[in-house]
Design a protein around this ligand. Structure first.
Ligand code: ATP
Ligand code: MG
Length: 225
């Protein structure tokens, strides 16, 4: 089991001092190589859910096991290392480092993990080729189109061949044709590496390409497919 979530609850304190219960005791399992879409209205809590399971945000109660490790019990260093090696995260907006080339951006997780420069470069070039962005390896993010930037962000998330890829609206800003193209490449790469996918999306067509579709509503997670 890649991810095992039980009784996950998360509230925010709002501007007026009242609590907003976004996640109300969610339980959810994700198997190796499984692909799951999370849908739901804007404000239903998709980003909150992904951030909690990826260890980017704290939650109020419940348990998240990522590769059998209880993420709440890890210190910052161990959580950082788990995220670096076993989890790729793609945000709605790419967050590539603008002063580095595409290749350097993608090498970054490998260097953080302690790989040699040449090994990091080899892995970066390999994933860039697979996502068809090798021709832009030496460009900076600013010199890329929106779709290319998103490809680069996905390449960075996958360069370590993580057990889990979490994506929050990865194609939210792209046109339909480009989205389909990018998602096909991601699915292919994840299949090769046996990487599971957990993806929030508003796009029904993309969600249909996953094995399962879940819907977040009123703090609960419901199975749609
Ligand atoms: N830091 C915060 N403090 C207070 N409330 C927050 C905070 N972050 C999110 N919220 C609220 O929590 C709810 C869930 O937000 P979230 O971003 O998870 O929704 P979402 O399903 O990802 O929406 P979208 O589809 O628009 O991205 C929303 O009502 C939002 O206003
Ligand atoms: Mg969101």
């Amino acid at each position: 089991m890649v991810l095992k979530v039980s009784g996950l609850s998360k509230s925010y304190i709002q501007g007026d001092g009242t609590f907003l219960d976004v996640l109300k005791g969610i339980s959810f399992n994700l198997n190796a190589s499984e692909k799951v879409a999370v849908m739901g209205e804007s404000g239903s809590g998709k980003t909150t859910f992904l951030n909690c399971v990826a260890g980017l945000d704290r939650f109020n109660s419940g348990k998240v096991l990522l590769l059998d490790k209880d993420i709440s019990s890890l210190n910052d260093k161990d959580l950082g290392s788990l995220r670096n090696r076993d989890l790729g995260f793609v945000f709605q907006f790419h967050y590539l480092l603008k002063d580095f080339s595409v290749k350097e951006n993608i090498m970054m997780p490998c260097l953080i993990a302690g790989y040699t420069h040449s090994k990091a470069e080899e892995l970066a070039l390999e994933v860039l080729e697979k996502i068809r962005l090798l021709h832009k390896a030496h460009s900076t993010p600013r010199q890329l189109s929106g779709g290319e930037q998103q490809r680069a962000a996905i390449a960075r998330a996958l360069v370590m061949k993580p057990a889990l890829l979490v994506m929050d609206e990865p194609t939210g800003n792209l046109d339909e044709h480009l989205s389909d193209d990018i998602i096909s490449a991601v699915i292919k790469l994840c299949k090769e590496n046996k990487t599971s996918i957990l993806m929030a999306t508003h796009n029904k067509k993309i969600a249909e390409q996953m094995d399962k579709i879940l819907v977040l509503k009123e703090g609960g997670l419901w199975t749609q497919k």
